[in-house]
Write a protein that binds this ligand. Structure first.
Ligand SMILES: Cc1cc2nc3c(=O)[nH]c(=O)nc-3n(C[C@H](O)[C@H](O)[C@H](O)COP(=O)(O)OP(=O)(O)OC[C@H]3O[C@@H](n4cnc5c(N)ncnc54)[C@H](O)[C@@H]3O)c2cc1C
Length: 478
């Protein structure tokens, strides 16, 4: 069948920004008719825009309004609550669609590889972020009275928050700044967010007075954006403390600052902080550059982070100087990057944590796979801002459309085959009407206690809110 007669059926795995931007690029092109199914394992779309972007960054989170409009377009359908790899295998999905685009993100953490990393109180940033964003994986539906099992991740996070005075955040990217802000802001300063009620209740018991941010390289080498960095200095009742000696630039740092405008702007912000005497504010953020953690210690739970001063050797590698110190802390958040994992049956390069590809065309067993494409974090790694996923998705969709023109991808399936396969498995995807009901329920819940919205963190809450009571009632009518 040639282009123009029958729509090509494209399944996109992952309804985060990259998957939705791929759907947008497919729906905007007019070369070939396409039916797009955007599948996500969660009942709700938006990926890390909902479950990663900091809840106090309202304008960035509002990107979801734009993403939502794409999922509403004709020819695009959202299939929420369908996990590829367990509900359907990759091969089963590939058997009923003409092409798949992997857009399933890079959701696990990198480890530090030091002693004490698994002590209670040492937590990976993806888990901590998922906790405060109300991700259902971290807020499981467990009847605690019946279960009496070990604490859930959410319960552990709540206990930590209520007992931590000093926290160490390892890493110098924007996620580290998000974590530091959530830890140091008072609960009142977080009241205008949509954080889940459980999370807000835990944050209300927060005892954190000091957050230490560790960077194993110097201040010129951070991955902060200046706007996010500057925000720390604007927090009421918080002093930002930097040792001026840490800001002295060696030769390689100076070269970085001369070439990189963001690094130069960040240095200016930090120099301003270092020059200003602390005001005696009740809470503090301390930056420690040229400092790496070498061990975490404590009797059953974190009590201290042991550090070593570092320098860069002539080959540009970070080396320990042997000069050690320790920071008393009850909580360590490891924010040293996200990492992709393999979806069963999908080609994967464990060394890079990505799906191997060229311009978005997946390479399987050393050759281009005719119907598999990739975009987003699982394609290029966890880098860039949300907008980076747009150009990335356009590249992938351009490859797919070119392959359709070349006849490498054929339109042989219909979207009904996917629906029948799911229905045959008793899998009932949640579409956009369900999302709108969840959205309305979150707004209603928030407004009921004076907030703009409140995230429903538990899967059972999401599914209950997604239910269409009107049509259920109609169906029940004789
Ligand atoms: C903590 C944090 C804060 C951030 N803050 C900002 C910010 O302020 N500004 C900014 O520009 N960028 C920010 N980013 C980066 C931005 O979130 C990413 O660039 C973007 O989300 C990557 O998009 P993605 O679609 O590749 O992955 P994701 O957003 O992770 O989406 C992947 C989707 O795939 C789904 N999925 C996974 N496995 C399966 C499966 N087996 N079956 C079906 N579905 C599956 C997931 O549920 C998820 O919805 C932040 C990132 C993090 C981690």
């Amino acid at each position: 069948m040639s282009a123009g007669e029958r729509p090509f059926v494209v399944a996109i795995i992952g309804a985060g920004p990259s998957g939705i931007y791929a759907a947008e690029a497919l729906s905007q092109q007019t070369d070939v008719p396409v039916s797009v199914a955007v599948l996500d394992r969660l009942p709700v779309p938006f990926g890390l825009v909902r479950y990663g972007v900091a809840p106090d960054h309202h304008s960035i989170r509002s990107i979801r309004n734009t993403l939502e409009r794409t999922l509403e377009k004709s020819g695009v359908r959202f299939y929420g609550d369908v996990t590829i790899g367990s509900d359907l295998t990759i091969d089963e999905l590939r058997g009923v669609v003409d092409a798949v685009i992997y857009a399933y993100g890079a959701g696990t953490d990198r480890r530090l590889g030091i002693d004490g990393e698994d002590l209670f109180g040492s937590i990976a940033a993806p888990e901590f972020v998922a906790w405060y964003c109300g991700h259902p994986d971290v807020h499981p539906d467990i009847d605690r009275v019946a279960a009496r099992g070990p604490d859930t991740q959410a319960e552990r996070a709540a206990r930590l928050i209520a007992t931590t005075r000093s926290a160490v955040v390892v890493g110098v990217g924007n996620v580290a700044l998000d974590v530091a802000r959530v830890l140091i802001k008072s609960v009142d300063q977080l009241a205008d967010t949509d954080m889940a009620d459980d999370v807000m209740a835990s944050l209300a018991k927060k005892t954190v007075t000091d957050v230490h941010i560790l960077g194993r390289r110097g201040p010129a080498y951070t991955a902060f954006t200046t706007k996010e960095l500057r925000e720390l200095g604007q927090l009421p009742d918080v002093d930002v403390i930097i040792d001026p000696a840490d800001l002295e630039l060696d030769g390689s740092s100076r070269a970085v600052v001369e070439q990189d405008k963001v690094a130069a702007r960040n240095m200016a912000v930090m120099n301003g902080w270092a020059a200003a005497p602390p005001t005696g504010a009740p809470r503090r953020i301390h930056f420690h550059f040229w400092t790496r953690p070498i061990a975490i210690s404590g009797d059953g739970q974190v009590e201290a982070v042991h550090t070593e001063r570092t320098r860069i050797d002539s080959d540009g590698y970070v080396q320990g100087t042997g000069e050690t110190d320790s920071i008393p802390a009850q909580l360590v958040v490891r924010s040293v990057g996200y990492k992709g994992t393999q979806l069963p049956g999908v080609p994967f390069d464990a060394a890079t944590g990505r799906v191997p590809h060229s311009e978005g065309r997946v390479i399987r067993d050393g050759e281009f796979s005719a119907d598999e494409y990739v975009t987003g974090w699982i394609k290029r790694g966890p880098t860039g801002v949300i907008g980076t996923n747009k150009s990335d998705a356009v590249e992938t969709v351009t490859s797919l459309i070119a392959d359709i023109h070349d006849g490498a991808v054929q339109a042989v399936h219909s979207i009904e085959e996917l629906d029948e396969l799911l229905a045959g498995r008793d899998i009932h995807p949640l579409g956009m009407p369900a999302w709108h009901r969840i959205d309305a329920a979150e707004i209603e819940l928030g407004e009921s206690h004076g907030r703009r919205r409140t995230t429903l963190a538990h899967r059972s809450e999401l599914l209950a809110a997604a239910e269409d009571h009107d049509s259920d009632a109609a169906a029940a009518r004789p």
